[in-house]
Design a protein around this ligand. Structure first.
Ligand code: COI
Length: 367
C-alpha cells in the first residue's frame, strides 16, 4: 500500500504562549529575524509522511549522527510573500521553488513529497504569522523551506528519515545600492557533472571562505568563472545578466544557460519572460566568456550588468575585478548617482509591480 504523503487537512497548529514584539520595519535586514512559528513535517521510510505541524519557532531536536549533520543531506529554498497596498498577501511563483526543492532533494536521496499539499501548509504558516509580513516596496516575508536527512546512521547509504520544515523571516532591501564583483577563475562553485543546479547547502559552505576573501578586499560578491575560457556563470547569491550591444551589433540581454552549472533562479526566469514579452531586443540564455565581457566594456558596448535572485531581487553591478584590474561598468550614464541602470530599473519595477500586485499577475498565489 502507498505510504501517506503530506496531507494539509491533517495539519495541527499549536500557538506560541508569548508572541514576539514586531521589529521596527525600517531596521529589517536580510535573514536575522524570525517569526513566532514554524512548520514541521516528518517522514520515515516505514510510515511515510506524518501529519504536518505548525508550532512555536524554536530549536530542533536532531540526533548528532543524523545524515544532515555528517554528509550534508540538506536542500533548501527561498521564496517570498509580498503584502499588496490593500493589505492582501501573495506568494510569488512558489510552485517553481517547490519544483526546484523536489529536484534538489531527489539528487541527495531525500523522499518525494506532495508539492501542492506542502504549499497549502506553507500558506497556513504565513496566515498564522501574517502580522509579521512587512508593508511597502522593498520589504517582504522571506520563506525558507529546509529539507534534511535525520536518520542517525554513519553508513553512506541514504537517510530513511527526514524532516521538511519551513520558517519565515521578515526582510528589508538586500543590496540597496550597486555592487562590486570580483571575478574568480581559480576556484569553482560548480562544474560539469556537478550539482550547481541544485539548491543544496553543500554548494554554499565551500563558497564562504572565497566570499570572505573578496569582502576583505572591498568587493561584495564573487562572479564565478569556469574553465579555461572563463565562462561567466553566476554570482554568489544571484544569477548574472548583461545587457549589451553584442559583437554582431545587436542589443541583447544575456544570461548563462541552464546547463547544469548555474542555479535555475525563479527571478532569472521571471526577468527573461518579462523581457521576452516586451520583444524590444534579443533575449538569450547562452554561454558568454569574461574576455568577451571585458572587450565589450572596453569598446563601450556593455550597457548594463545586474544580478538577480529571490533575496536581492535585482541589483546593478558597477564594477568587476578581473585579472588584476577593476573594470567599471556604466550604471546610468545620465545619472552619476543612479543605483539601477535604465533597463535594470525597468525590469525591477515591472517585477516589483507584479510581486506587490500593483499590476495583476498570474504569478501571484494569494494566501
Ligand atoms: C535566495 O536568493 O533566495 C538565496 O537563496 C540567496 C541566499 C543564499 C542568501
Amino acid at each position: 500500500m502507498a505510504k501517506p504523503n503530506i496531507d494539509a487537512s491533517k495539519l495541527t497548529i499549536t500557538l506560541i504562549q508569548t508572541p514576539k514584539e514586531l521589529k521596527d520595519q525600517s531596521t529589517l535586514k536580510f535573514g536575522d529575524y524570525f517569526t513566532d512559528h514554524m512548520l514541521c513535517i516528518k517522514y520515515t521510510e516505514e510510515n511515510g509522511w506524518e501529519a504536518p505541524e505548525i508550532k512555536p519557532y524554536g530549536p530542533l531536536a536532531i540526533d548528532p549522527a543524523a545524515y544532515a549533520l555528517n554528509y550534508s543531506v540538506q536542500a533548501f529554498e527561498g521564496t517570498k510573500a509580498y503584502r499588496a497596498a490593500d493589505g492582501t498577501i501573495n506568494l510569488f511563483r512558489p510552485q517553481k521553488n517547490l519544483e526546484r526543492l523536489a529536484s534538489s532533494s531527489q539528487r541527495i536521496m531525500l523522499p518525494e513529497f506532495d508539492q501542492e499539499q506542502f504549499l497549502e501548509c506553507i500558506k497556513e504558516l504565513i496566515k498564522v504569522d501574517q502580522r509579521f509580513v512587512p508593508h511597502g516596496h522593498g520589504y517582504s516575508m522571506y520563506v525558507r523551506p529546509n529539507f534534511i536527512g535525520t536518520e542517525p546512521n554513519l553508513n553512506l547509504a541514504y537517510s530513511r528519515e527526514a524532516l521538511l520544515y519551513v520558517y519565515l523571516s521578515p526582510v528589508g532591501p538586500y543590496f540597496p545600492r550597486t555592487v562590486r564583483l570580483y571575478a574568480n577563475a581559480t576556484e569553482a562553485r560548480a562544474w560539469p557533472g556537478g550539482v550547481g543546479n541544485y539548491k543544496l547547502g553543500g554548494n554554499y559552505a565551500p563558497a564562504l571562505r572565497p566570499a570572505k576573501d573578496v569582502n576583505n578586499r572591498g568587493y561584495d560578491q564573487i562572479l564565478w568563472l569556469l574553465g579555461d575560457d572563463h565562462y561567466v556563470t553566476e554570482v554568489g547569491t544571484m544569477n548574472f545578466f548583461i545587457f549589451w550591444v553584442n559583437a554582431d551589433g545587436e542589443k541583447e540581454l544575456v544570461t548563462a544557460p541552464l546547463d547544469g552549472i548555474i542555479l535555475p533562479g525563479v527571478t532569472r526566469d521571471s526577468l527573461l519572460e518579462l523581457a521576452r514579452r516586451w520583444g524590444e531586443f534579443k533575449v538569450s540564455e547562452r554561454k558568454i566568456t569574461m574576455p568577451e565581457v571585458i572587450t565589450a566594456i572596453e569598446e563601450g558596448r556593455l550597457l548594463e550588468a545586474f544580478g538577480a535572485g529571490t533575496a536581492c531581487i535585482v541589483c546593478s553591478v558597477s564594477e568587476v575585478f578581473y585579472q588584476g584590474k577593476d573594470h567599471v561598468i556604466p550604471v546610468d550614464p545620465t545619472d552619476p548617482d543612479a543605483v539601477y541602470g535604465p533597463l535594470t530599473k525597468r525590469l525591477r519595477a515591472e517585477l516589483l509591480d507584479a510581486q506587490y500586485a500593483v499590476t495583476p499577475s498570474s504569478w501571484n498565489v494569494p494566501l
